[in-house]
Design a protein around this ligand. Structure first.
Ligand code: GLN
Length: 278
């Protein structure tokens, strides 16, 4: 059995995945300890039967719907590895778009105090803190699993200064803040149920935003208005279909200079606005 043959047989069992070859090579890399680049450069090399058997165990888990990130325990985001496990939403490339925009606005407007709610793995809060060491960053989430995983990532990434609090949305967060950024649950309950029936392994808690996906966002927008400084910014990741409703909610709550940012697929994925009392 060669590396190449193992990849062919593994990826052939991952027909449900959008990226069977990539998944198979990540899992082979997990088992052999070889980097992905090394795997790709070692197609003709032999694979031991022990490694092959362990690899096929992982392929089986993947074929049952476990994200590769849950199997390997890490997901790369903005160039860093984040620990993930069941109960945690895996960071997604879409959210990197939010990070890029947030960094540009932080620099342009000289923001200092930043809060990330519904932080999950901590990918938004920790990335912003690491990219801009002068920021004062905090994060919150309602899930105790998040509290544990956030602490692991904060330590591994050496971002000890980022505070975490367990709580519902912005309930116990103190202002004034310059920037509030969030990737809240925003799927509809129907979409979430469909995924669960499809044996999706990520938690419904991180996905389900109610009938139209906007239940939490309807709470976040007025709460953010209360906590932001004059000229402070709110950034929310959401579904493209929610953008019009969010824009009017933001306007109703004193936000202006509203902009929508597209994800890598060209869909409107992030909305931002500046809060002003007048
Ligand atoms: N973008 C995610 C997905 O479609 C949803 C994340 C969320 O609800 N925050 O899987």
């Amino acid at each position: 059995m060669t590396i190449r043959q193992a990849l062919i047989s593994g990826s052939g069992r991952l027909g449900e995945s959008e990226s069977p070859w990539l998944d198979a090579s990540l899992l082979l890399s997990e088992v052999t300890g070889l980097s992905r680049e090394k795997i790709l450069a070692s197609y003709p090399d032999p694979l031991s039967s022990d490694d092959y058997n362990s690899y096929m165990e992982l392929i089986k888990k993947r074929s049952q719907g476990y994200p590769v990130a849950y199997i390997t325990g890490t997901k790369e985001f903005f160039g860093r590895d984040f620990h993930v496990r069941e109960g945690i939403l895996c960071p997604r490339p879409d959210t990197e778009v939010l990070i890029e925009e947030a960094l540009a606005e932080i620099d342009r407007r000289e923001y200092r105090r930043v809060h990330d709610l519904c932080t999950g793995s901590g990918c938004i809060a920790l990335t912003l803190a690491l990219e801009r060491p002068d920021l004062e960053v905090s994060a919150s989430d309602i899930s105790p699993t998040v509290e544990t995983v956030f602490a692991i990532n904060r330590k591994a990434l050496e971002a000890d200064r980022v505070g975490f609090s367990l709580g519902n949305l912005l309930e116990n967060i103190e202002g004034p803040l310059d920037l509030i950024a969030t990737n809240p649950p925003y799927l509809t309950t129907g979409e979430t149920d469909e995924r669960m029936e499809d044996s999706w392994k990520e938690p419904a808690l991180a996905l389900d935003g109610g009938d139209d996906g906007l239940d939490l966002i309807r709470i976040i927008i007025p709460d953010a208005a209360r906590l932001l400084k004059e000229e402070g910014m709110l950034m929310i990741e959401a579904d493209p279909r929610q953008m019009d409703a969010m824009e009017s909610l933001m306007k109703d709550n004193g936000f202006n200079e509203i902009r929508r940012i597209c994800d890598l697929a060209g869909d409107e994925r992030v909305i931002l606005g500046i809060w002003s009392e007048i």
